[in-house]
Design a protein around this ligand. Sequence first.
Ligand SMILES: [Zn+2]
Length: 60
Amino acid sequence: MNKPWHAENKMPSKATLEQRIQWHREHQLHCACREAPKSLAAARPDLFAPAKYRRTSPSA
Ligand SMILES: [Zn+2]
């Protein structure tokens, strides 16, 4: 867990959906203590798109 990052980046107590999305986007760049909630990833699959969610067509 990236404690310094968390200390510098607290989630607002009344975060909006957009704020939560932004927070988790930054979070996944700096820390991997937990993944973004599925509801956020589902809301913005283009922004999160972890490999396991990404559907790539197999080559032939
Ligand atoms: Zn973290």
